[in-house]
Ligand binder design. Structure first.
Ligand SMILES: *Cc1c(COP(=O)(O)O)cnc(C)c1O
Length: 386
């Protein structure tokens, strides 16, 4: 048997304008990058606070490696759970004001592990249609009865919850939607969960560190608290490092320790990453200017793009998608921007619905107002040229 089939499929993908290519990043992740040998200003990262290459995080990681080595050497339940992991879990729980927190190696694994540990065959899951791929995969893997509701449609969710006879009901949603940048209506979701006795899992990958006065995320932003909440956030985005955590009541956390397979059957992350994250948490809480700067840049971008032939979606977060429409067209626009030294990722189906290909502009505390001006000017120029 040969791999000719695969080559045929790959050609078909390319013919539809859907074949993806990796670029080679040759500098640290930041607002200014070197890619494939050329300088660019980039609007591509989820490093929303500009911490990925912060010298204090680098120093903490180096010290951590000197103290505890590079590899954890075992899973958490064997002998890989170090003092650094433990300190970080305590700090994270305190940071988001929930009783306990558990570290996972990635956000993808946190979602898979949490959902499959909490619901199974006889339970029901309610999922926003625009949820991240990791929540969708988690839902399928859990084998729970899956009901998907239209994006942020509270009426539809209410009807589904009312009709459910499952004993355990879990609503799962992105808190900040990763490709649209809008917020889930968390207080209203919580009301529905109260009325129908359901749990609420919030994936705050894009809110943690960014939303709320101290960067506490979506819960701080909406000033909500509830024992029904299972909060998940990633640590490779605003926190600038890698990994993820789930924070919730003590019984939820203990259940995950006992039965989340992506927690149990994997090597603990290098403890030096926990040391870097402890430094990061401190910066997130104290350096409020980073969030203020981000808000200013968001306003500047919105103002600067009024009147452009393409429209920004309605988003108040660092994720500012500009809808272009067609796959070939979005690629042309992205290429024309790159020629002008500006990198913005083009997002195509299946990541977003067909016909809504977009430039996913993401802003960061590492950007300056000159960087944003360059993007605005380049977009106006490209809009005239293509
Ligand atoms: C990035 C992301 C994840 C996955 O997190 P990783 O740590 O990168 O695996 C999960 N959910 C959402 C909404 C994300 O944007």
């Amino acid at each position: 048997m040969s791999f000719d089939d695969l080559a045929t499929d790959l050609s078909a993908l390319a013919a539809r304008g859907l074949r993806r290519q990796r670029r080679l990043l040759e500098s640290a992740q930041s607002a200014r990058v070197i890619v494939d040998g050329r300088d660019y200003v980039a609007f591509c990262s989820n490093d929303y606070l500009g911490l990925a290459a912060d010298p204090r995080l680098i120093e903490a990681a180096c010290n951590g490696a000197r103290n505890a080595g590079v590899g954890a050497g075992a899973s958490h339940l064997i002998l890989g759970h170090t003092a650094s992991h433990q300190r970080l879990e305590v700090a994270l729980a305190k940071f988001v004001q929930l009783p306990g927190a558990l570290l996972f190696s990635t956000g993808y694994m946190a979602n898979i592990g949490a959902v499959t540990a909490l619901v199974g065959r006889h339970d029901a899951l309610f999922s926003d249609k625009l949820n991240h791929a990791s929540l969708n995969d988690a839902a399928l893997l859990s084998r729970a009865n899956l009901k998907r509701y239209a994006h942020c449609d509270l009426g539809a969710l209410e009807r589904l919850l009312a009709a459910s006879t499952a004993q355990r009901k879990l609503v799962i949603t992105d808190a900040v939607f990763s490709m649209d940048g809008d917020l889930a209506p968390v207080p209203q979701l919580l009301d529905l969960c109260d009325r129908f006795d359901a749990w609420l899992l919030l994936d705050d990958a894009h809110g943690f560190g960014v939303l709320g006065a101290t960067g506490g995320g979506v819960l701080e932003h909406f000033k909500v608290a509830s024992p029904r909440i299972i909060y998940m956030a990633t640590l490779g985005k605003a926190a600038g490092v890698a990994g993820a955590f789930v924070a919730a009541s003590a019984d939820v956390i203990e259940t995950l320790i006992q039965s989340a397979r992506t927690y149990i059957y994997t090597t603990a992350t290098p403890p030096m990453l926990s040391d870097a994250l402890l430094a990061s948490l401190d910066i997130i809480a104290r350096e409020t200017w980073r969030r203020d700067l981000l808000s200013q840049l968001i306003m500047q971008l919105k103002t600067g793009l009024t009147g452009l032939r393409w429209q920004l979606m309605t988003s108040s977060t660092a994720i500012q998608p500009l809808i272009i429409g067609g796959n070939a067209e979005v690629m042309r626009v992205a290429a024309a921007l790159a020629e002008r030294g500006v990198l913005v990722p083009a997002i195509r189906p299946p990541t977003v619905p067909a016909g809504s290909a977009r430039l996913r502009i993401s802003l960061s505390g590492a950007h300056t107002s000159e960087d944003v001006d360059r993007l605005i000017e380049a977009l106006h120029a490209v809009a005239k040229a293509v």
